[in-house]
Design a protein around this ligand. Structure first.
Ligand code: ASP
Length: 460
């Protein structure tokens, strides 16, 4: 298959074109045209993904859990998954803290810019502070209470509540596992059929991915740059070092830590892993939402990486909602950067408490754009740094959100491969079906022409 017919290349191309168009549009002042005629296509793409995210979590988790042989297997896979998630998030935090302490990006911000940013973003800061304060005032166990919804339909009506839907789905799956099979089967069949339907819909939605990605990137750039591109360049210049620190940390996670873990625990090579997960990475980059990307992450993990449906349908919805390595790393760098800029010296114990709080904060971060910065307020308050300091980084948050979301879903996919391998469920990839569908407009089950190189399962 020629390279340009593969989905991930089409998405990369769309991304680049969106970038170029965005820069031209920002400099030429085509802001209204972009908002009226280009942005809606991105919004439609995002809405479509969001639309199927909740049914997908519900259907895949219920069928995933109900199909497990017994509670013992569920606790084994669940325990393993959560343990690996916690370990990778802690590694991300340690990397983030190390980098920010070595690079000291805070010492590069001129005091005038600091004051200017504090003024510009004072309103937005106040809004986010209120949200975080409300959360913090409700007691230490409130996050736990928040996982359990009082009404399922309320929970399912808000994509920011995915953790609640995960909880309900797990409860239903567990219940179905415990009642007699004969009674459970009809309902399992319903969820199973919903699952199949959603997977098909993902294939159809992905047909529009290149257009959606182009529009999302074009819109992001024009709305960041507004009609004052000069100001953006100035901001990027002063905060560039901070952004580079975050990007280096995320790069180490994605290109070093994950490949090493993959190499140690699975036969999956990076040559299969990265092209396989690429469509999901680009969707994550353009949507800044692990939740919206979940359908694509699952499709890629199953078809291109060979993760069994049983593992993927449990590990990935859980990962999208609780495993956010990129977010945690970013929160660590941002917290210390703000402290450095404000001239606050953070002791070792304060930095260690960042690790602890950020692990919890990243679990509680919703899988939607900009959620990480709200949780950052809580981290700042824990270590005694004024939360108003987020004014310093708000202006450049979007591009970093795009990168950390990409990291978040890559981490989920990597863990899915590891869990699948340890369960003997990492199969031969069946091929980049998404590319085939884009190409041929057909929706048929794996007939072979894999765009991802097949590899022997025992070597890497
Ligand atoms: N946008 C991120 C995600 O969905 C969360 C964050 O803001 O860090 O994974």
């Amino acid at each position: 298959m020629p390279w340009y017919r593969k989905l991930h290349w089409q998405i990369i191309l769309a991304l680049l074109l969106g970038l170029i168009y965005g820069i031209v549009a920002a400099t030429q002042g085509w802001i209204d045209f972009t908002a009226n005629w280009i942005a809606p296509f991105g919004e439609i793409f995002l809405n479509l993904l969001m639309l199927i995210a909740i049914p997908l979590i519900l259907a895949s988790l219920v069928t995933g859990i109900a199909s497990l042989a017994d509670v013992k297997k569920l606790s084994r896979i669940g325990g393993k998954t959560i343990a690996i998630y916690l370990v990778t998030t802690t590694i991300a935090l340690v990397i983030g803290l190390t980098i920010v302490n070595i690079m000291e990006p805070g010492s590069f911000v001129p005091p005038e810019l600091r004051e200017q940013l504090e003024q510009t973003y004072s309103e937005e800061v106040a809004e986010r502070e209120d949200i975080a304060l409300e959360a913090a005032e409700r007691g230490p166990l409130q996050p736990l209470v928040d996982i359990v919804p009082r009404n399922f339909f309320n929970a399912a009506s808000d994509n920011g509540n995915m953790l609640q839907v995960v909880f309900v789905a797990m409860l239903i799956g567990l219940g179905l596992m415990l009642i007699p099979r004969k009674k459970a089967q009809p309902l399992i069949d319903v969820f199973d059929s919903l699952n199949e339907l959603v997977i098909r819909l993902v294939g159809m939605i992905m047909l529009t991915a290149p257009l959606g990605v182009f529009a999302l990137i074009a819109e992001t750039i024009t709305s960041i740059a507004g009609d004052q591109p000069g100001q953006v360049m100035e901001l990027l210049g002063a905060l560039g070092y901070y952004m580079i620190a975050v990007a280096i940390g995320l790069g180490i996670m994605v290109f070093l830590v994950y490949p090493v873990i993959l190499k140690i625990f699975t036969p999956r090579s990076v040559r299969t892993f990265f092209p396989g997960i690429a469509p999901a990475q680009f969707v994550a980059f353009s949507t800044s939402s692990s939740g919206a990307t979940l359908p694509v992450t699952m499709e890629c993990a199953e078809k291109n990486l060979g993760v069994s449906e049983e593992v993927s349908s449990f590990v990935l919805p859980l990962g999208a909602t609780i495993n956010m390595d990129g977010t945690a790393l970013y929160q660590a760098v941002a917290a210390v950067f703000i402290a450095q800029t404000l001239g606050i010296d953070l002791s070792l114990s304060a930095q260690l408490s960042i690790v602890l709080v950020a692990v919890l904060a990243s679990i509680g971060t919703a899988a939607v754009p900009s959620a990480g910065i709200v949780m950052l307020v809580i981290i700042l308050e824990t270590v005694g740094v004024p939360a108003a300091g987020i004014a310093l980084i708000l202006g450049v948050d979007r591009p970093l959100d795009m990168l950390r979301t990409m990291n978040n879903i890559t981490g989920d996919a990597m863990v899915a491969c590891v869990v699948a391998e340890t369960e003997g469920q990492l199969n031969q990839p069946s091929g980049d079906r998404l590319s085939k569908e884009v190409l041929e407009g057909v929706v048929e089950d794996g007939d072979g022409s894999a765009s991802v190189e097949p590899e022997p399962t025992s070597t890497s």
